[in-house]
Design a protein. Structure first.
Length: 127
């Protein structure tokens, strides 16, 4: 993580899928930032809130129109998942810059979550 004593971190920690699952079981907000096509092809996360990457600022602004109802404040634990850390990393950086203090993302993304046996839904049926 890149920080100085009077500066917020600019990178969120990567955690393994099992640690992320425990955080979610403990009350962390699980945020799926994969595209609709990605979720349809690979499967979903039944306990996740889906947020489009281009809507993160609006959805995480408490009191703003369209803000997530699940938001409790900037110290709320948040786990971000994408298809890979390359997709979730920029989202976690945006949340940290917005003042969220307990943000992580999943090493290996959704494939690692699924491989760890954590809850997922089946991919959408192919026509």
């Amino acid at each position: 993580m890149s920080t100085t004593p009077d500066q917020a971190p600019t990178e969120a920690p990567l955690v393994d899928a099992a640690s992320a699952g425990r955080a979610v079981d403990g009350g962390a907000l699980l945020v799926d930032v994969r595209s609709e096509a990605g979720r349809a092809a690979a499967g979903g996360l039944p306990q996740a809130v889906v947020v489009a990457k281009d809507e993160v600022a609006q959805r995480f602004a408490a009191g703003a129109p369209g803000a997530l109802e699940q938001l409790r404040g900037p110290d709320q634990p948040v786990v971000v998942i994408c298809g890979s850390p390359a997709g979730s990393g920029p989202v976690t950086a945006q949340l940290l810059a917005a003042g969220f203090t307990d943000v992580v993302h999943v090493a290996g993304g959704f494939p690692a979550w699924k491989a760890a046996g954590l809850p997922t839904t089946e991919p959408a049926a192919r026509p």
